[in-house]
Design a protein around this ligand. Structure first.
Ligand code: AMP
Length: 255
């Protein structure tokens, strides 16, 4: 696996792959089986797979969250090598933001509800960094997780709005046996919180009403940001101590 830190270095590699398909998996690192399921899909369906690791400061609306975001680059590199990933792109801030974030992409509708309502500016940061990464890597396919459904949907819509060539593949959420969606932030949960955490998935997957789910979450020790339905899916975001968990599931007809 080659580790690339600059746009120029990637461009020098990219010319070698004229007629080969490039799959791309953007991440913020501290890789887990959820990330790896996206990476495996890219490896299977493309000639070349590029993974990026960049903890994007512009999408954090909470400085404490950014300061404590888990970084395990050496471990991640070993994992990517073991899976035979072709390239790791891990630029620093000044490489990706020569404009120091004076330019951004903003969406006015879907980005303002659910996560967007509770994390102002979050999706501007996400869309901007993904646009930059897509302009740099120029992949045929990008792999995004359904775990962050709103994010994946916004990126898909952005590629259509701007006539971008990349195809967006949205991949199912990898979960623990108890249903908890895998997430880099789960490593901040205590053992007891980890046991509590799976309740969220069980509740949004149940036949309870939105109000009943909120009540049950509070009773289980969560501080709830929202439980809402959108586009035939049920979404929830809630805090366990200092860790904010999000999840979503497709609604069954009887709910
Ligand atoms: P992150 O490193 O959290 O920014 O995530 C990078 C990509 O991995 C995003 O497209 C996420 O939606 C996806 N992802 C994160 N957790 C999971 C999961 N449990 N299952 C599937 N994809 C995931």
């Amino acid at each position: 696996m080659k580790i690339i830190k600059t746009v120029q270095a990637w461009r020098a590699e990219q010319v070698k792959f004229k007629n080969q398909s490039i799959g791309f998996v953007p991440t913020m690192g501290h890789l887990h089986a959820g990330h790896m399921s996206l990476i495996e899909k890219s490896l299977h369906n493309n000639n070349i797979t590029v993974v990026s690791i960049f903890v994007n400061p512009t999408q954090f609306n909470n400085q404490e969250d950014l300061d404590h975001y888990p970084i395990t680059l050496e471990q991640d590199i070993e994992l990517l090598k073991a899976h035979k990933v072709d390239y790791l792109f891990c630029p620093d801030y000044s490489e990706l933001y020569p404009d120091d974030y004076t330019y951004n992409v903003s969406e006015k509708k879907l980005s303002r509800i659910l996560e967007g309502e509770h994390r102002p500016g979050h999706f501007d940061g996400v869309l901007t960094v993904v646009l930059k990464l897509l302009n740099i890597i120029e992949p045929d396919n990008i792999y995004m997780g359904e775990k962050d459904y709103q994010q994946a949907e916004l990126i898909k819509q952005m590629t259509m709005a701007f006539f971008m060539r990349t195809n967006v593949e949205i991949c199912t959420t990898a979960r623990q046996k108890d249903g908890l969606a895998l997430s880099s932030r789960n490593s901040h949960l205590t053992k007891q919180q980890l046991e509590q955490a799976s309740v969220m998935h069980k509740l949004i997957n149940s036949h309870l009403t939105l109000t009943e789910i909120k009540t049950e979450l509070v009773a289980s020790g969560f501080k709830v940001d929202y439980v809402e339905d959108y586009n035939n899916r049920r979404f929830a975001a809630a805090w366990l101590g200092k860790v904010r968990l999000i999840d979503n599931v497709k609604k069954s007809h009887s709910k």
